[in-house]
Structures are given as structure tokens and as C-alpha cells.
Design a binder for this molecule. Structure first.
Ligand code: SF4
Length: 343
């Protein structure tokens, strides 16, 4: 990393944090157990929501020994409404490991602390830096947003491997004397000033050293591709020809995917799809054979297609068209594939 303002950046960030930080209950302690609890509660949950839970939790479980001994139902009662209950169970399991394997002292190095149940790279770095002032990275979404702007990083933060780039950046930038305030400063800056859509750059303590601010478009960072969830549907497609050589066709609905295109009748695959199809069209199917199996990928959807050819007497329903007529119809690619196979 070639970033010329490391010293100035650190100093501005740390000074700003120490002056402007919000007064939050877990900021009154350096007890690694309490920092741990706060960090686990803050995963997926807003600060305002966490505060009363944290205070109640600390009244009931002020030490890790008390948490380790707590019946699980009693523990979960304290978590009720926070959601993601596995967090509470993992926390208790991790605390028990600390008692069993580390004499009740939360480890102060990444290697050991990372072995504890429920502690990933972020939580490990947060505990090590905040409680022990160790210069360890703690990279979450806020930190990636701030640093992508300051350092002009254009890697896609939706990809898990990108986190390593930011961890390496923090490892170089972090103030070795003030690791706690540095990491919390980055998080606080992301929460209060460097917001996703309208960063308050004019109030920002590091704007002089921020590449995106100086280039004028911080809102364009970070780059985050949308995760597309692919849907899969299996279809049976029936090419049904009558004794006169005409083929049953159907037109797709006016709206939606491939609107108004023509296709051989297709039905979502079920055990009795063929029977239902024949019944629906009043067909008298004499024989059928599978002609093609393939998949067709749309942007969010994959069709798994089984195409069949069959002979039937002309049914009462549907559009029966000659091959010449079919040649003239607009058909989507998967249907053209089947058509080629038929021809
Ligand atoms: S100057 Fe603006 S974009 Fe840069 S870190 Fe500060 S708030 Fe974020």
C-alpha cells in the first residue's frame, strides 16, 4: 500500500474519536469479557437496541464465571428479542472454554482467541485492540466503507476475499500506540460521518487525506455487487404433433419473462405432468419419447428442461400450427433449441 499520509491520518482519527466518541456503556471498561459481550450483541443489531440488553446482561452476568454457570434458558431469557440466539449459546460456550483452557483470562493473541467458539476475525480484532490495545485489524462493513473511500479501493466488498485487502490496509495504517482508539475511530467514523449514501465530508476529521473526497464522488464507493440468488425450476416441454403434422403451440403471457413469445407447451415438472398436460388439452397421446435435456440460464433463473416428442390425435384445445407457421413465430432460445432437435 502506498499511502503517504499515514501519520496524519492516524493522528486526526484518534484525536477526533477521543473527543467526539459516543458515551456507550461498553466504553467505560477495558474488561475483555465485557467488550466481547458487547461485540457479540452488536453483530446484526443496532447500538440503541443493544444498550439496555447489555446493561441487563451485565447486571446478571458481571463476570465470565457467572455466565459460564448460567442455565441456558436463563441466558436466553436475557437475549430474548435480540434474535440470532446462536450468538448467545456460542458466547457461553466460548466463555466456558476460556475458563477451562485459559484459566479464566481471555487470550490476548489472535491465534488463541480465534479458537474460541463464535469468535471470527472481526470479533477477535475488536477484543484484542479495544481491551488489550493490540494493533490488530477489526474489519466490518463500516470500516470497509471508510477505507474504500480514503484509500480509493475499488474491489467488490461483497466478495469474501476482499476483506483480506482491508485487513492488510488496517494492519499498515493502525496506530501501534493507540490501536483501541484507532479501530474504534474507524468504526465510529463509519457510523456517524462516513455514511453509505450521504457522507458528511465537511465534518470529517480525515477529509484532507481522503482520496474519494478529493476526487469528488465518495458515494460511489464502496463497490458492492448485489448477491443474486439463482432460482431453479424444472420444466417438462411437450412437442405434440398430430396426424396432419401440426404441432401444438402456446403463447407466453403478456407480462413477465419472455412476454408474448411462443413456445411448445411447458409445465413445471411433477410425477404426473404428462397426464395433467394431456388431460388439459384433451389429447390422446399415442407414444412419447424424450428428445432433449438441458438447462438454460437467465440472469436470476435457471430452467432445467426435459423435452419430449409425442404423437396425438388433434385435441380440442390450443393452437395447432404447421411447421411453416411455427418457423415464423418468435420463440425464445430454449424453444429454438428444441425446435432444431425436432427438425
Ligand atoms: S471525507 Fe467523506 S468520504 Fe472521506 S472518509 Fe470522510 S466522510 Fe468518508
Amino acid at each position: 500500500m502506498n499511502y503517504p499520509y499515514v501519520t496524519e491520518f492516524r493522528q486526526s482519527l484518534v484525536e477526533w474519536f477521543e473527543k467526539e466518541k459516543r458515551d456507550l456503556p461498553w466504553r467505560h471498561t477495558k474488561d475483555p469479557y465485557k467488550i466481547w459481550v458487547s461485540e457479540v450483541m452488536l453483530q446484526q443489531t443496532r447500538v440503541d437496541t443493544v444498550i439496555p440488553y447489555y446493561n441487563r446482561f451485565m447486571e446478571s452476568f458481571p463476570t465470565l464465571e457467572l455466565l459460564a454457570e448460567a442455565p441456558q434458558e436463563y441466558l436466553l431469557k436475557h437475549w430474548e428479542g435480540l434474535g440470532y440466539y446462536s450468538r448467545a449459546r456460542n458466547l457461553q460456550a466460548g466463555v466456558r472454554e476460556v475458563l477451562e483452557s485459559y484459566g479464566g483470562i481471555v487470550p490476548d493473541n489472535r491465534h488463541e482467541i480465534s479458537k474460541l467458539k463464535g469468535i471470527g476475525p472481526y470479533t477477535a480484532g475488536a477484543i484484542l485492540s479495544i481491551a488489550y490495545n493490540k494493533p490488530e485489524h477489526a474489519v466490518d462493513g463500516n470500516v470497509m466503507r471508510v477505507l474504500s473511500r480514503v484509500l480509493n479501493i475499488h474491489d467488490d466488498i461483497a466478495l469474501p476475499k476482499t476483506k483480506k485487502i482491508f485487513e492488510a490496509a488496517v494492519a499498515e495504517l493502525i496506530d501501534p500506540e493507540n490501536a483501541s482508539s484507532f479501530n474504534q475511530g474507524l468504526m465510529e467514523l463509519g457510523a456517524l460521518i462516513c455514511s453509505p449514501t450521504s457522507p458528511k465530508c465537511l465534518l470529517c476529521p480525515v477529509r484532507e487525506y481522503c482520496t474519494a473526497f478529493n476526487e469528488g464522488e465518495p458515494e460511489n464507493l464502496p463497490i458492492k455487487s448485489k448477491k443474486v440468488k439463482m432460482k431453479h425450476i424444472s420444466y417438462d416441454v411437450y412437442v405434440c404433433e398430430d396426424e396432419d403434422g401440426r404441432i401444438l403451440m402456446e403463447q407466453r403471457p403478456e407480462e413477465g419473462l419472455l412476454a408474448n413469445m411462443w413456445q411448445f407447451p411447458m409445465v413445471e415438472q411433477e410425477d404426473d405432468s404428462l397426464i395433467k398436460f394431456a388431460h388439459h388439452h384433451d389429447l390422446n397421446v399415442q407414444a412419447h419419447q424424450q428428445i432433449l435435456t438441458f438447462k438454460h440460464i437467465f440472469s436470476h433463473l435457471t430452467w432445467h428442461v426435459n423435452a419430449y416428442y409425442m404423437k396425438s390425435k388433434t385435441g380440442e384445445k390450443g393452437e395447432w400450427l404447421t411447421r411453416e407457421q411455427i418457423e415464423l413465430l418468435p420463440m425464445p432460445v430454449p424453444m429454438l433449441k428444441i425446435w432444431q432437435a425436432i427438425k
